[in-house]
Design a protein around this ligand. Structure first.
Ligand SMILES: NC(=O)c1ccc[n+]([C@@H]2O[C@H](COP(=O)([O-])OP(=O)(O)OC[C@H]3O[C@@H](n4cnc5c(N)ncnc54)[C@H](OP(=O)(O)O)[C@@H]3O)[C@@H](O)[C@H]2O)c1
Length: 294
């Protein structure tokens, strides 16, 4: 066995973000690996407490140097259409430097999904597969963390849950659970190679979310159904990237019209993968109670 296989270097992209940050948290104390985070702001990454390499996906010249010597990669891109070009650059660089396994943070949906940005992630999956690099694909459903807000647009504010999906029931997943499965894929690439994991564990409508907040926090919460175009208007005013957010708006429209069937599907793979039970929305609300109380 080569030295790198006995003490593999694991690089976590998106480490200053929700899922990447949680992957770091899970891997930080694991012996037998050399853990690195990748960030475009070394200052922001400082609090992670692991060595950081500089990586700006919009600066191609930074990608190969960041990946040099890396054996296993947690691959994350942000909420922009540039994810397509960035992902291609990352995979090309990974191939060039000899990365052996990629755990890719993708998005939900079946291969025939009508949702555009889910499809973008599927193109990325296929590109990873074509590279010949061993892979594990993560396909999480809607993040519970979205309830904290989209960028700086609050979703739950002063007892009102404002969302854009009508009365659709959605399958929610805590980013911490996505990260735990990602971390396990990075630690045991042989066991998880070639696998696609759909991650979504609690199917609830936004009416259910408001009821759960009321029950658990003992304050009154109501759901205000808002039109999906209001989502786009608000996030664009807050400087989000238009092409990706247009896709999110379209997905909300499909959900609100009941035209995205399987978006409430709940999976039973988590306990088998992690030997833990997944977080429920109740767990999530209690964990972040202070952020929701008014
Ligand atoms: N929200 C959902 O419900 C949901 C559901 C399924 C899948 N997803 C997928 O989850 C992914 C996002 O995960 P997340 O919520 O953990 O993201 P996040 O919290 O927004 O974090 C994104 C990370 O990527 C980094 N990043 C962005 N642009 C970069 C660039 N040009 N160069 C280097 N780093 C860059 C950010 O760094 P900075 O801190 O410097 O900005 C940050 O660390 C997306 O691919 C999305 O499609 C989301």
């Amino acid at each position: 066995m080569s030295k790198s296989e006995t003490n593999p270097t694991v690089l976590v992209m998106g480490a200053t973000g929700q899922v990447g940050g949680a992957v770091i948290k899970y891997l930080k104390t694991r012996p037998g690996i050399k853990l690195l985070s990748a960030a475009r702001s070394l200052e922001r990454a400082e609090s992670l407490g692991v060595p950081t390499v500089f990586l700006d996906l919009n600066r191609r010249d930074t990608i190969v140097p960041a990946l040099a010597g890396v054996d296993r990669l947690f691959m994350v891109t942000g909420y922009t259409v540039e994810m397509l070009r960035q992902s291609k650059d990352i995979v090309n660089a990974a191939k060039q430097v000899g990365v052996k396994h990629i755990v890719h943070l993708g998005a939900c949906g079946d291969d025939d999904t009508p949702v555009t940005h889910y499809g973008w992630h599927q193109f990325v999956e296929r590109y990873i597969e074509c590279s010949g690099i061993s892979f594990t694909h993560l396909r999480p459903e809607i993040f519970m963390q979205n309830l904290m807000g989209y960028g700086n647009i609050k979703v739950v504010d002063a007892g009102v849950v404002r969302h854009y999906v009508g009365d659709a029931r959605l399958s929610w997943v805590d980013c911490d659970d996505v990260a735990l499965v990602g971390a396990i894929g990075l630690l045991n690439p042989e066991r998880h190679a070639g696998k696609t994991y759909h991650l979504g564990y609690d199917a609830k409508s936004c009416y259910d979310v408001a009821d759960a907040l009321t029950r658990l926090l003992r304050q009154r919460f109501v759901y205000a159904r808002r039109p999906p175009n209001e989502f786009l208007k608000n996030v664009l005013a807050a400087d989000a990237e238009p092409a990706y957010m247009q896709c999110v708006q379209e997905s909300f429209e499909l959900m609100a019209k009941g035209q995205l069937p399987r978006s409430d599907i709940v999976y039973d793979n988590f306990e088998k993968l992690t030997a833990q039970r997944p977080h429920t929305l109740d767990d999530f609300i209690l964990k972040h109670a202070a952020k929701f109380r008014y």
